[in-house]
Design a protein around this ligand. Sequence first.
Ligand code: MLT
Length: 262
Amino acid sequence: MKNKIQANNTEIAYRDRGEGKAIIFLHAFPLSQIMWDDQIDQLSTSHRVITFDWRGFGDSRLGDGIASLDLFADDLAALMDGLSIQKATICGLSMGGYAALAFFRRHGHRIEKLILADTRATTDTEEGRRGRFETAEAVRLHGVEVIIETMLPRLVGETSLKNRHDVCDKVRSMIKSADPETVAQALIAMAGRSDSSELLAEIKIPTLIIVGSEDKLTPPVEAEFIRQGIPNSQMCIINGAGHLPNMESPADFNLAIANFLK
Ligand code: MLT
């Protein structure tokens, strides 16, 4: 069941299950907290697990809009305040990883341990940035339908495209239900995100980097770049998974997290 809370001038939908040390999951673009179903189900037997929808996504309100990924970071801090969580393990995947790095920059003292999955520390190329603006315009004009079939094979790995129709359907339906204006604003916010390459050396807390071996959007080479940059980090490659290893290979993904949190 989802709950709602007022945070940072908007309404955030979240789930809060289990007891013990808190771990908070930050979802990818253009998805919702539903992508973390397997994590909240399995990891909440040993931890307090929180998942939530970024503003405008899932069941959260867009409020005043997504000015930047820093706003996501501040929303997360406000959510933690509302749930009386001073410090937590933060796990961000892809856009969730960009937001986790923004959170480190702005509220780093509130991170116990960090998990960066299928993400990158660098900014977009000029071409990538242009592509985001074009996609934002297309989505505003024609709706999210225009991105579903191009995004799906980039989000889900080759193996899962063939064998995990359940995962493909779930991803498709998350994209389909996304709000076009939110999607457009998130694209523009991602295009404007800061480069975090220099920040990596400042991350001194235990950090786990996870990546699917078949990830085309943020391939293992990006994960390796992050691993080399963060002194106290370890890396786990999930074989046979793409950009969403938490959905494609949940048992391996959860095991990597459980081992890291021990
Ligand atoms: C995501 O999975 O969150 C996005 O693909 C990230 C991006 O577009 O850079």
